[in-house]
Design a protein around this ligand. Structure first.
Ligand code: ACO
Length: 324
C-alpha cells in the first residue's frame, strides 16, 4: 500500500494585526468578552491593496517549494480549500498554479468551509495512494475579512485571514491512516453566505441586505460543533483502537477555545497534546489546521500519532488520523 505522508508545511500570514482593543473601538464588545467566550486575542488582516486569497495561498506554496528544495514544475496537483476564492471562477488553484509557475500541475478548489482542509487532505491523499501522482499540494486559504461585516459584533470578532498548506508525497511508513467525514445540509442556513451565488446573484438589493457577508447563528452552531467534533474524534479513535494515551497531538479547527477544550476532554487528552493558536490568528476557516501544523512542526517526531478535526458551515465535519 502506498501511504500519503505530509513531507513539508508552509504558511502565509498577513502582517497587519487586528486586536481585541481595535475591535472595542469598532463595535460594542470587550477584550474580556472575546477572550473568555472564544479564546481569541488578535487576528491577521490582509488589506485589499495586498490582494486576495490566491496571493496568500501562493505565499504558502512558495514556502513549501523552498523548504522541500524542489521546483514548481515538480508539483502534480494543487487543491485549494477555501470559501473566499478570488472569484467564483477560475478556481483559486488555477491562480496559484500560475503564480508559482507549477506548469505541470492540475488542480481545483474544494468548498467545505472550516472542514475544507480536512476534506482536501483526504482527496489529495487519494491521488497519492492511487499511485498516479507523487507531489500533491493541499492548501487551506481564506480571506475572511472580505466576507465579514465589521459592524456585526457576533461574527467580526471571530475571523482572521491566512493560508497554510502541506505537500503530500508517497511513503512506505507514515501517512494518512483513516478519515471519517460527514455533511448535513439540513442546518446550512445557520452558517452561510446567502448572496453572490446563483440563488441570489449580486444586485443592489442583495448588497443592501448584507447578503454578501457571513451569517452565523452562533449558539446553535456552537451546540452542534461541540457534540459533533467530539463524537467524530471518538469515532476515529475507536476505529483505530486508539486511547487518549496513544494520541500524541490533537490538531483541532480553531473556532472557539471552549469547543477545543470539550473535544480534548472527551478524547482523554492532556492540554499539552492540543495545538492551540486561536489566540493569535482567530478563525482562519480552511487555514487553521495547517497553520497549527506549521507552528508545531518542530515539536513533532516521526511516527507521532496525530488526530486532526474540524467542524464548519454546511454543516461539514470530520476527523483524520495520521502518523507523522
Ligand atoms: N461582544 C459582547 N457581547 C456579545 C458579542 C460580542 N462580540 N457577541 C455576542 N454578544 C452577546 C450576545 O448578544 C448575547 O447577549 P444577550 O444574552 O443579551 O442576548 C450574549 O453575548 C451571549 O451570546 P451567545 O451567542 O449566546 O454567545 P456564545 O457564548 O454562544 O458565544 C460564539 C458566541 C463565540 C459565536 C459561539 O456561539 C461560537 O463559538 N459558536 C460556534 C462557532 C463555530 O464553531 N463555527 C463553525 C466554524 S466557522 C465556519 O465554518 C466558517
Amino acid at each position: 500500500r502506498i501511504n500519503a505522508a505530509i513531507t513539508t508545511v508552509g504558511h502565509f500570514l498577513p502582517d497587519e494585526r487586528l486586536t481585541n482593543a481595535d475591535l472595542e473601538k469598532m463595535v460594542d464588545t470587550s477584550d474580556e468578552w472575546i477572550r473568555t467566550r472564544t479564546g481569541i486575542r488578535e487576528r491577521r488582516i490582509l488589506r485589499d491593496e495586498d490582494k486576495a486569497t490566491s496571493d496568500m495561498a501562493a505565499g504558502a506554496a512558495k514556502e513549501i517549494l523552498e523548504k522541500r528544495g524542489i521546483g514548481p514544475e515538480e508539483i502534480d496537483a494543487i487543491i485549494v480549500a477555501t470559501v473566499t476564492p478570488d472569484m467564483l471562477f477560475p478556481a483559486t488553484a488555477c491562480l496559484v498554479q500560475n503564480k508559482i509557475g507549477a506548469t505541470n500541475a492540475w488542480g481545483f478548489d474544494l468548498s467545505a468551509a472550516c472542514s475544507g482542509f480536512l476534506f482536501a487532505l483526504t482527496t489529495g491523499s487519494q491521488l497519492i495512494e492511487s499511485g498516479r501522482y507523487e507531489k500533491v499540494m493541499v492548501i487551506g486559504a481564506d480571506k475572511m475579512s472580505s466576507i465579514v461585516d465589521y459592524t456585526d459584533r457576533t461574527t467580526c470578532i471571530l475571523f482572521g485571514d491566512g493560508a497554510a498548506g502541506v505537500l503530500l508525497e508517497p511513503s512506505e511508513e507514515h501517512g494518512l491512516v483513516d478519515a471519517v467525514q460527514h455533511v448535513d445540509g439540513e442546518h446550512g442556513d445557520l452558517l452561510c453566505m446567502k448572496g453572490g451565488g446563483s440563488l441570489n446573484p449580486p444586485t443592489h438589493q442583495t448588497v443592501d441586505a448584507k447578503m454578501h457577508y457571513i451569517h452565523q447563528d452562533g449558539r446553535p452552531v456552537f451546540r452542534h460543533a461541540v457534540t459533533a467534533m467530539a463524537d467524530v474524534c471518538v469515532e476515529v479513535m475507536e476505529r483505530n483502537d486508539l486511547t487518549g494515551d496513544d494520541v500524541d497531538f490533537l490538531v483541532p479547527h480553531q473556532a472557539n477555545l471552549r469547543i477545543i477544550d470539550a473535544t480534548a476532554k472527551r478524547m482523554g487528552l492532556t492540554s499539552d497534546k492540543v495545538m492551540i493558536n486561536i489566540d493569535r490568528y482567530g478563525n482562519t476557516t480552511a487555514a487553521t489546521i495547517p497553520l497549527c501544523l506549521y507552528d508545531w512542526e518542530d515539536e513533532l517526531s516521526k511516527g507521532d500519532n496525530i488526530v486532526l478535526t474540524a467542524f464548519g458551515g454546511g454543516f461539514t465535519w470530520g476527523a483524520t488520523y495520521l502518523t507523522w
